[in-house]
Every structure is written in structure tokens, then in C-alpha cells.
Ligand binder design. Sequence first.
Ligand code: PNW
Length: 479
Amino acid sequence: MTHANLRFPASFVWGAATAAYQIEGAVREDGRTPSIWDTFSHTPGKVLGGDTGDVACDHFHRWRDDVRLMADLGIGAYRFSVSWPRVQPTGRGPAVQRGLDFYRALVDELLAHGITPMVTLYHWDLPQELESAFPSGSPAGGGWPERDTAYRFEEYAGIVAGALGDRVELWATLNEPWCSAFLGYGSGVHAPGRTDPEAALRAAHHLNLAHGLGARALRAALPTRARVGVCLNPSAVRPLTPSAADLDARRRIDALANRVFTGPMLRGTYDDDLLADTARITDWSFVRDRDLATARQPLDFLGINYYSPAVVSAAPHADGPRLDGHGAADHSPWPGADSVSFHRAPGELTAMDWPVDPTGLKDLLLEYTAQAPGVPLFVTENGAAYDDKPGAGGQVHDPDRIRYLHGHLTAVHEAILAGADVRGYFLWSLMDNFEWAYGYSKRFGAVYVDYETQERTPKSSAHWYAKVAASGELRAAEE
Ligand code: PNW
């Protein structure tokens, strides 16, 4: 059997991604104030090993070296996020110039090395002030369950666009609003750690509103060549069996994982089945007249973050750990669908215990090609954690990650051949970093980080990816 190499379009973007709280450190420098992730990581028991982002990869001081490293690896585009509390410490009012200067310098350095920047405005680090404020007198706190937070985001989007708009073309409003809403306010395994199903649904709505308001603010401030989108983590969700009951479980999770965001953002609606499934929890009276029209802004691209598929059935939870891929949470991140069971999809497991199955990525790219006709797609995150360790000589050999990436890039290529307009791929992540509730125990990087010395060592996957990026071609039978 002969294998042809897989050639990607010449304009295909080969990128890598990070997020501010996961890499920057320097949490008290230049007027930065705590975000909900600072508070959460400093709360005992919330993050594995008591890890925090206080130092992380010290990228705030090492950004020049990190850009050079990317250039050496032939990375064509870099997706990073702006730390809201570095730019607007209380989440409202005037911006801190030094905070903006950091990102302007970073962008200039990227451009000087021929690397295209993609800015994510919000990758989960809400200024703590906005969470602690009680705009509607809610005793539980503010944050995304409160409407005001969406207006604060609109203002923040305008500030960042004003500072970086002359040099950044690719803009994403939110990263994975599902995690912000349902892990942050539902299961509580992410900041701010609240466990209130109604608050989670309110948060989802106000994130939809924030996306719309933010996208509009970006367009008003940016030159017309700018491209504005959003990064979602749609769930590739499959029924355990073709039974009517399992198909219904699939429908419920599709509503709560996917359509709760794509409904407003792509179609300007919340689907009736989602409203019915959650009716015991909320009457959705916090949705105001124009909100859905606001959430539905024209998109220049849709960012898809993908790691692993989900398999669900209607049967109630069996005893034992939850298998929904979100840790052993006592509270469900699925309001109104507590009875749905999650099963392990077949396939090898990564260090996160997430099964490796590239067909989920191909399926999602084709599904969103159909759902958002004419909207270009980016894979804005894809990658895997493995137990990487430097060997003798200091090299880090990570053949499992190479196989993971090879499989998923093959799936992207198949999706393109089948008609998906995929413009680029951002590997998660450029380097090992603070993996949220798992702290530094999970390494997603193509570059190894020694947290004692902050030394960076490209793993063999980084060298492999550099070759793919340089040639625009995936070797057929990689081994
Ligand atoms: C995404 N889940 O996080 C984020 O965008 C990244 O910041 C993160 O490092 C990466 O994926 C790897 O985890 C997720 O539990 C965290 O379903 C948790 C879940 C999904 C995505």
C-alpha cells in the first residue's frame, strides 16, 4: 500500500497557543490585581498540589526569549490572551498603560519575527473585583451570572482594541465560555468555584451577551481588515447505543455543551428543548429583548478547541468516579441533565485520562462548516498531556504527543478535503504551563519547562511540528 504525504493549503496557518494566567506569572507587577484564578488557586484544596500562577512560566519577564524560541521553531502564528486585571485592575474605568505596553511590545516582537498574533480577550481571568461586587445585591457574588459583567467586558474589549488594533488582525472575544460558565459556576472545579446550576445558566447567557457586545466593540474600534471570532470547545458527543433514550441523552448534552452558545451566536436563539430541559432550574427571565440579536454578530472565523470526544447514555450514574472528563466533581456541570451518564470513549488515554480519537475533530469541523456556512474555521486548540521527563542528555522524547498531533492533523486534512474551510491550526500548547485545577502536574507543551530553572527545552514533538510547519506537509506513515 502506498502512502502519499498530506499537503496542506499553502496559506494554512501553523500556530501555537497559550493563555495569560497559565504562563505569565508576575501577578503583582505593574498594577495588576488578582483575578478569580489568583483567588481560587490560593484557596486550599482547589488546585492540585496547591499550585498557583504566581510565577508560572515567568513569561512576563521572558517573553523576548519565548518569541525567539517560536521563531526558531518556525511557528507562523501565536495565539495568546490578554490578562484583564493587568489592563483594567478593577474591571472598570481607565486602563493601566503599563499593562497595555506589555502586550504592545509582545506583538511588535512577534511581528518582527514574522509571527502572526491572535489575541484572545478573555481566557478565564476575570478581575476579582467584578466577581466580588454585588451589582444586583446577590449575596453569592457578581461575576458572569450578573449582566453588568457583560458591559464591563464590552468596555474592556474597546480598550484592548484601541491599544493593539493597529497591529493585530486576528481577534477572539472569549475562550471556551462553556468552561467559564459550567466549570466555574456549576461544578465549581474552576474559578470562582461556585456550585449553583442557575448561576451557571445565567453565566452562559451573559457570556453570550458579552461575546456580542465585545465583537461589536472590536469592530467599531478596529480597521476593516481585522477578523473577529470566538473560540468554543464544542463537545463531539455520541450516544452509547442507538436507543431512543441514549439519543435523547445525546440531544441534552448537545444542547448544554454546544447549542447554548452556538444558538445565540450563530442563530440568535435558545432552542426550545434547552429551555424545556432547564425549566426546573430557571425560567430564563434574565434574557432581555435584544440580547439574542446582540449575541448574533457576524463572525469572521469560528475557533474550535478540541481534545477528546464524549460518549453518553440515559442510564443514571453508576457508582464510582464521574466520567465526564471534568474531574471527580460532587456537583454536575450539566444543569438539568444530571441523570445522563458519561462513558469512556474507546482509544488510548492521555495523562488527563482523555481518550485519543481524532475522528471527533473531523466530525466537529464538518458539523460547524454546515452550521456556519461561509465562516472560516481555525482549530484554535488541540494537543495532549503526557508524562514527559527529560532523559539522559536533557532531551525530552515524546512520541505519544507526535502520534496524537499526527492523528489530529490528519483529521483536519480529511475535513478540508471533505469541504471544511479550515484556515489554520494552533497547537495547545507552546510550552508546559499551569493546567488550571491540575496545576503544573499536567504537561501540554511542545516545549518542556523546568519550573526550578525556567529553562525551556523543545521536546521532540516541537521539532516534528517545526518540520510539518516548514514543509506544509504531513508525512503519511509517521513512526
Ligand atoms: C482548555 N474540561 O481547557 C483551555 O482552553 C486551556 O486553557 C487548557 O489548558 C486546555 O484546554 C487543556 O485542558 C479545558 O474539563 C479545561 O472539559 C477543562 C476542560 C476542557 C477544556
